[in-house]
Design a protein. Structure first.
Length: 219
């Protein structure tokens, strides 16, 4: 007796059935991938990268040309430097306004640079050289869990700096080997002779600062 062929819900020969199931599986995988991607980005496009390999990183001074209308932490750092050396009556707002442009021109003129009010590859190194070079150290292990002189509980991820006299909360920008970081004064110290700053371990890590040495700073 000949066996009756099994019922084929998709119809067609076996190769046709294999192809149909492969197609359906492919569609399912595409839908799953799209849903995962949307969930990872909150349903919006992924944020633009400011530097190759970095995501959501604030631009540092020197990573882009600065001029009228620019905003960001790099503009804030620029204003800190110019104000500290009295190149103009500047408010540290993070917005490159007309007063900032005038201060940049004053600096460029004094430094014998092209006077165009734009901070680019020529002006940026000269600006960094204006930051005071002072000796610094870092601390953390052995103090975690304790309160700082400014009332903050120190942890492994605490980003800040200790200074002998600056008021708690004072914002200080440090520079080291192409990196900038702006932190608040959270503690008193250091108490070693000739050392001006004592960064937390987390702040030192952001700067790539691994031992005692000289850092450029402005506040």
């Amino acid at each position: 007796m000949r066996r009756r062929p099994a019922h084929n819900p998709l119809g067609g020969s076996r190769p046709d059935r294999v192809a149909a199931w492969a197609f359906l599986l492919g569609v399912l995988l595409i839908l799953l991938a799209a849903g995962t991607s949307r969930g990872a980005t909150g349903g919006a496009s992924a944020p633009a990268q400011t530097t190759p390999g970095a995501t959501n990183a604030a631009p540092q001074l020197g990573q882009r040309v600065l001029g009228l209308g620019a905003t960001g932490d790099d503009v804030r750092t620029l204003q800190q430097i110019l104000r500290s050396r009295k190149y103009g009556p500047l408010a540290v707002t993070g917005t490159f306004d007309a007063a900032t442009e005038a201060a940049v021109k004053n600096f460029q003129s004094a430094a014998h640079l092209t006077v165009d009010g734009i901070v680019g590859p020529e002006t940026r190194p000269a600006l960094v050289a204006l930051m005071r070079a002072l000796k610094a150290t870092w601390y953390g292990p052995g103090f975690y869990g304790k309160r700082t002189a400014c009332g903050l509980r120190l942890g492994r991820g605490t980003v800040g700096v200790a200074h002998r006299t600056l008021p708690c909360g004072t914002r200080v920008t440090f520079y080291n080997n192409g990196r900038f970081v702006t932190v608040a004064v959270i503690d008193r110290g250091p108490f070693r002779r000739g050392v001006a700053w004592d960064l937390t371990a987390a702040a030192a890590k952001q700067l790539g600062f691994r031992s005692s040495g000289v850092l450029r700073s402005v506040h």
